[in-house]
Design a protein around this ligand. Sequence first.
Ligand SMILES: [Cu+2]
Length: 168
Amino acid sequence: MLKKLAFIAALAVTAAPIWAHEYTVGDLEISHPHAFETPPMAMTGGGFMSITNSGAAADRLIAVRADFPRVELHQSVLTDGVGKMLSFEGIDIAPGETVLLQPGGYHVMFIGLAGRQFKEGEKIAATLVFEQAGDLAVEFSVEKRPVGMGMGMKMDHGKMQMNGMSGN
Ligand SMILES: [Cu+2]
């Protein structure tokens, strides 16, 4: 009984949601491929995951295949306060390292959704193509967009509003 409680407590404090899922190919472990719900008219959707290389050699994610007109590897960057996305030929995964594909950084971009809305609970089948480890079939799980996500950058609203509102 005690053991069970400890296990539940451990689950509760980990950041990964309980629906997290993992895949392995060669020395790579791919954790929790996911996407977020998209608005009805969205033309693109992002895909996120973490990739850990436990081997001794570098590998590289060179492509993602899925049933969309285009799938690219992107990185979101902020230049002079303007958000942009750069497209990449590949994402390096150095030995012993974990690369995060997450909002605001590296991501998979599914392009040309054309009315194909991502809905919570849906699975998007895709194939990750690694230079060394080869192909890996995965499913991106579609999740609710976290509150506050998509605002691009953090701003110190609190201070500005206090000045404006408290003075009458
Ligand atoms: Cu993108």
